[in-house]
Write a protein that binds this ligand. Structure first.
Ligand SMILES: *[C@@H]1O[C@H](CO)[C@@H](O)[C@H](O)[C@H]1NC(C)=O
Ligand SMILES: [Zn+2]
Length: 541
């Protein structure tokens, strides 16, 4: 599929090598390695006997060789990314690795490719923090066991669980296994207790758990246990997420760690959706815009319940989740145009009539009008062939606190943007935005997951020094890391939570818990304020 879609030609092909004993011993015991080493010489009877001591794994005389190549390929990828030979990459390997334990093969896995890669990266490149995102539909218990007391590796996994009825049926795959001792808080399990999870459920967990925590953690490298049995049609996963969701999951991780991302193949058993999903992932890694995700109708009740449990279990470890599970007092007369963050969602006609009127009124030279007409023709060009016109229009003011701002972007703006599904994102940088370059680049980068990457940034003339960082983000360069973030200001959190609470009746992707009441009466107020403030904004442009 990669060749057929012209993707293979656009990639740098990195030769694989065999993992050495020393590499394998970073994770596995000497006894286990010695035992696996003997398998190429065993009789069929001996192999069957050997296999019986492990769960759901098969040993072929050739598997030791293949397993060494799989782990070695992951290490070659880490080397290529860490030395800057490539920006990011994907290792297409078999056997998979994430179920394999220190002294036991398990679930088709012999050596734990990603766990070895994480240890290797830490040791060879002195990395302080590695994030492992496991989007395979099974729990990578082998990775969990390897790092559960290690705060330098944050392991995130979502997995089909069904209240412990689904393989590997472990109590410790549930949300309350958060890590041990110094590693408490650095193991995040999101159990899926029902099958049929969809794009909304996946995106919702990314926006409300993984991304806020990942940004707070601030990894030096992102590794992905990229299993695609979580895609539609897979006989193991029985989930309903479409292959293009992997473009978005990939995109959302690409601004972490300065873009250093290594995906390593794990499961995936449907020969239709597996290649499609891999292509979506690779295409996104290459910098192509992600397709607009279909059917984002909000998370299901069971997913919301899991989301709520995970956020609550981790609130004591992550300041971005501190407020999770706390009931928000509803304040009926809270006018949010006073707040630091303001956003608008409007239809094309509204934006343009407002811009036109205000410009015509305020413009006392023809320069502004020329600018305006070229802007409009630019937008029209960008939108050619689009049937539906939706524009997400954003402006920011006084957002000097990076933590609170990022929290707003991840927990409010992205889910809202995804559900709104605009055909264009219009991003206005006000002179008093207070947003520093690296935060601005994160924002610009993250928002390019929307509207097939159709993003238009408006800046004021006096902001020349902002142009280069903006252009770099628009060109797809990873945003610089924000460093480890401090707690967001309590007043920011309160404002955001209240806003989220108020809007979640209309915007299902903003929900983080199943038990909430809709504040429908506020919606009118919201819309009025929106257009009122819009005019104010436009006239200062
Ligand atoms: C694979 O998934 C597709 C949907 O993407 C489905 O139509 C097909 O039946 C599945 N094949 C198998 C063998 O399960
Ligand atoms: Zn799997």
């Amino acid at each position: 599929a990669l060749i057929k879609n012209g993707l293979a030609d656009r990639c740098v092909s990195v030769p694989v090598r065999e993992a050495t004993d020393a590499d394998i011993l970073l994770v596995h015991s000497e006894e286990y390695l010695e035992a696996v080493k003997k398998t190429p010489y065993m009789t069929l009877e001996d192999l069957k006997e050997f296999t019986l001591q492990y769960g759901d794994v098969y040993f072929h005389p050739n598997i030791y060789h293949c397993a060494k190549l799989a782990a070695g390929a992951a290490l070659q990828l880490v080397d290529s990314v860490m030395t800057g030979k490539v920006r990011n990459g994907m290792a297409l390997v078999r056997p998979p690795g994430h179920h394999s334990m220190s002294s036991a093969a398990n679930g088709f896995c012999v050596f734990n490719n990603v766990a070895i890669a994480a240890q290797y990266a830490k040791q060879k490149y002195g990395l302080k923090r590695v994030l492992i995102v496991d989007w395979d539909v099974h729990h990578g218990q082998g990775v969990q066991y390897c790092f559960e007391d290690d705060p330098s590796v944050l392991y995130f996994s979502w997995h089909r669980y069904e209240h412990q009825k689904f393989w590997p049926q472990l109590r410790e795959s549930d949300y309350d296994s958060v890590g041990k001792e110094k590693g408490a808080g650095f193991n995040i399990n999101v159990p899926w207790n029902k099958v049929g999870m969809k794009n909304s459920d996946y995106l919702s967990v990314f926006c409300h758990v993984l991304l806020p925590v990942a940004y707070e953690f601030c990894p030096d490298l992102v590794l992905v246990c990229a299993g695609f049995d979580s895609a539609i049609g897979d006989p193991e996963g029985e989930m309903c997420a479409s292959p293009d969701i992997f473009a978005h999951l990939t995109h959302l991780l690409m601004n972490l760690a300065g873009g250093k991302l290594c995906a390593v193949l794990e499961g995936g058993y449907n020969l239709t959706s597996l290649p499609q999903s891999v292509c979506q992932t690779v295409q996104t890694l290459l910098g192509d815009p992600a397709p607009r995700p279909a059917n984002l109708d909000g998370p299901c009740e069971s997913a919301l319940e899991s989301l709520h449990c995970v956020r609550s279990a981790h609130r004591q470890y992550w300041s971005c989740l501190k407020h999770a599970g706390i009931a928000v007092l509803s304040d009926h007369f809270c006018f949010y145009y006073n707040y630091d963050l303001i956003f608008y969602i409007i239809h094309k006609c509204v934006v343009f009539s407002t811009i036109r009127e205000n410009f015509v009124k305020d413009a006392d030279d023809c320069h502004a009008l020329t600018t305006l007409s070229s802007l409009i023709s630019l937008v029209e060009k960008m939108e050619k062939n689009e049937v539906q016109h939706r524009i997400l229009f954003l402006t920011f003011r006084g957002c000097s606190d990076a933590s609170g701002f990022l929290q707003a972007v991840l927990g409010l703006l992205l889910p809202l943007g995804y559900e709104y599904d605009p055909s264009l994102v219009l991003l206005v940088r006000m002179p008093d935005s207070g947003v520093c370059d690296s935060v601005w680049q994160q924002l610009t980068g993250l928002l390019q997951g929307l509207a097939q990457g159709h993003t238009l940034v408006l800046m004021q003339e006096g902001e020349k020094e902002r142009v280069a960082p903006t252009a770099s983000a628009l060109l797809g360069d990873a945003a610089p890391s924000l460093g480890q973030l401090h707690s967001p200001l309590p007043e920011d959190v309160e404002v955001l939570e209240r806003l989220r609470h108020r809007l979640q009746g209309d915007w299902k992707l903003l929900q983080t818990t199943g038990e909430f009441t809709t504040a429908a009466s506020h919606i009118n107020i919201t819309h009025n304020l929106t257009s009122m403030d819009l005019e104010k904004t436009i006239s200062t442009m």
